[in-house]
Design a protein around this ligand. Structure first.
Ligand code: ADP
Ligand code: MG
Length: 639
């Protein structure tokens, strides 16, 4: 009974991805086999797990394995598994669409990058999985039957716009994928994938640690009539890499394994291989990638650690094992004393798992620290890729604040060419300096040229230049580093010469200034009341006329923007205008105001001073058109 053939269209993104795959984005075509074997292995894991957790499922799991069959006459290579299989709907959903987050962005970037090497590295990071079959085949036939169901499905496609599906009877449980191979072509990187030696070589290289036997029929003895034909040979050693002693695993093996689980195309930056013994035994094999994946900051980005229980795969993306800010860490944790039935929810609350997580976080942070100590160049590159996400930990993970602060690498006014650690900053602090000074902003130029910087630069105080959005949050929240609190130079009163307070002359000068400005400040406060909550004299300005500052506990304008963008309701929010009492514009304004407080040009000048201060810190004018008109008028008058 076959219910006719249906022809369906690939989803648009899938079609584009297929085009890329077929038109040889990958120079290494061998990896198609790794992808198909990995899918088969996943399917066996899933069936094993389901049979252990669902007693009603009636399947034979006594000989789970993968078989490779090369048919020289038909020119086909078949990868077969007796795993979980797929229903018709699953085939359409899983094979007909690309569900991976970041696909659209990836395709966009690939289109933009005209150069093939860049495109390859992009797609290499992404991993095309099943579709990689079309690199070597001009037709792919998939037959599958889901465990626990009767009807099988036959899917076929030539990798163009469409595929067909039809119901078929009599299939065994599991999946077979048959590749109708394109002719070998060394120029195109197409090897002879029917050759036994080639298949063996690829399996050994990429899939040796697959936990299930990968079998292949022995080739017919070359005319010697021996009875070896038909007797399958197992191609892989099946030994889980993480279960082997560290000194028996080579760098190359670690790297292969990492590339397989991460779909990365390059070696990891660091490898952490450990075994915990005692009350809760587990093995962990974790990797720090060298390059951030494309979806690291997309809302759906998931942690990259897989959970196994005694070599049985339990789940991908195990968020109970790694905090969100370490979501770039890839690897495997194999715990010995957990139930196979364990759910994500239970894991989240399991005390032993929480202990494992604490331990793994410490290990990862120590590995990062070691990289910083031993390989400063490598560390700089690593921080460039993952610094932003690590800094999320300063907000998320109070237990490791100190360890994370040690890792921070920040731009600073000390050296425009180099970043600094906080420890280096503290070592350079001036006598009597208590706080670590920083200023946040959109980019280095805006921060460096901000009026807030002036007095600090003039007096030789170093200021950290923080330009990641997350900096706004952690720098305001983290209490201290090495006993020194963090102080935004755009907030609060600044007193860079506390010793001057004792100086009689300075005291007298200050009193005089306050008297001079006694009328102007309240007048400005009223005139600009729509924009600022206070107007006061500044000690932080040397060349600018004015700047805008927040109270110590005010949120910064950038943070305000972020919250509003996230849809949070915030009360209207005003800051403080500080004036430079020695600036000619400010002294002239004072004199003009003293001469005639009702002069209309005074109001315009006040507004222009406020607007300029806002622009100087990289802010947005409330009414740019009005600002421009006022400025034009004033310029016209002055000519
Ligand atoms: P990924 O393996 O990263 O999910 P693939 O493109 O390799 O992406 O596969 C897509 C999905 O198709 C798999 O997640 C799986 O659900 C399904 N699939 C592929 N091959 C098999 C197979 N041999 N048996 C069962 N399901 C499979
Ligand atoms: Mg896959």
């Amino acid at each position: 009974m076959s219910s006719g053939t249906e022809t369906l269209e690939f989803q648009a993104e899938t079609r584009q991805l297929l085009q890329l795959v077929i038109h040889s984005i990958y120079s290494n075509k061998d990896i198609f086999l790794r992808e198909l074997i990995s899918n088969a292995s996943d399917a066996l894991d899933k069936l094993r797990l389901e049979s252990l957790t669902d007693s009603t499922l009636d399947v034979d799991t006594s000989d789970l394995h993968i078989t490779l069959e090369a048919d020289q006459e038909q020119r086909t290579l078949t990868v077969r598994d007796n795993g979980i299989g797929m229903t018709r709907d699953e085939v359409v959903e899983l094979i007909g669409t690309v569900a991976k987050s970041g696909t659209a962005g990836l395709l966009e970037k690939i289109k933009e990058s005209k150069d093939a090497a860049a495109a390859q590295s992009l797609i290499g990071q992404f991993g095309v999985g099943f579709y990689s079959a079309f690199m070597v085949a001009d037709r792919v036939t998939l037959r599958t039957r889901r465990a626990g169901t009767e009807e099988g499905t036959l899917w076929e496609s030539q990798g163009e716009g469409t595929y067909t599906v039809q119901a078929v009877d009599g299939l065994p449980v599991g999946t077979s994928v048959t590749l109708h191979l394109r002719p070998a072509d060394s120029e195109d990187g197409l090897a002879d994938y029917l050759a036994g030696w080639k298949i063996r070589q690829i399996v050994k290289q990429y899939s040796d640690f697959i936990r299930w036997p990968i079998r292949m029929e022995r080739e017919q003895g070359a005319g010697d009539g021996e009875e070896t034909a038909g007797e399958p040979e197992t191609l892989n050693s099946m030994k889980a890499l993480w279960a082997r002693p560290r000194n028996e695993v080579s760098e190359a093996e670690y790297s292969e394994f990492y590339q397989q689980i991460s779909h990365d195309w390059q070696a990891p930056a660091e490898t952490i291989h450990m075994r915990a013994e005692g009350t809760f035994e587990y093995e962990a094999l974790l990797f720090l990638p060298a390059q951030a994946p494309l979806d690291l900051y997309s809302p759906g980005a998931k942690p990259g650690v897989q959970l196994y229980v005694k070599r049985v795969f339990i789940m991908d993306d195990c968020d109970a094992l790694m905090p969100n800010y370490l979501r770039f860490v890839k690897g495997v944790v194999d715990a010995h004393d957990l139930s196979l039935n364990i759910s994500r929810e239970i894991l989240q609350h399991d005390r032993q798992i929480q202990g494992v997580r604490r331990h793994l976080v410490k290990k990862v942070l120590r590995a990062v620290k070691d990289m910083q100590t031993n390989n400063s160049e490598g560390y700089e590159a690593f921080w460039g890729q993952f610094g932003r996400v690590l800094k999320e930990g300063l907000v998320e993970d109070r237990d490791n604040t100190d360890a994370l602060l040690e890792l921070v690498s920040a731009a600073s006014t000390h050296d425009p060419e180099k970043t600094t650690t906080l420890r280096e900053y503290v070592a350079r602090m001036k006598d009597g300096q208590e706080a670590i000074y920083y200023l946040t902003g959109e980019n280095r130029a805006v921060v460096e040229n901000s009026p807030h910087m002036e007095a600090f630069t003039a007096k030789g105080y170093e200021v950290l230049i923080l330009t990641d959005p997350v900096d706004e949050i952690w720098a305001a929240q983290v209490p201290a580093f090495d006993g020194h609190r963090f102080q935004s130079i755009a907030k609060g009163q600044v007193d860079l010469d506390p010793t001057d307070d004792g100086d009689a002359q300075a005291q007298a000068d200050k009193a005089q200034r306050e008297k001079d400005f006694a009328d102007l400040l309240p007048w400005l406060e009223t005139t600009l009341s729509e924009h600022v909550k206070q107007v006061r004299l500044s000690t932080r300005l040397t060349t600018s006329a004015a700047c805008i500052v927040g109270d110590t506990h005010d949120i910064t304008p950038t943070l305000e923007k972020m919250y509003r963008a996230m849809g949070q309701e915030l009360p209207p929010f005003k800051r403080i205008l500080e004036l430079n009492p020695t600036h000619p514009l400010i002294t002239s304004l004072r004199q003009a105001h003293a001469a005639n407080a009702d002069e209309p040009a005074l109001v315009q000048t006040a507004e222009l001073i406020y607007g300029s201060a806002l622009l100087a810190e990289g802010g947005d004018l409330p009414d740019p058109a009005r600002f421009t008109r006022l400025l034009t008028e004033r310029l016209t008058h002055s000519l």
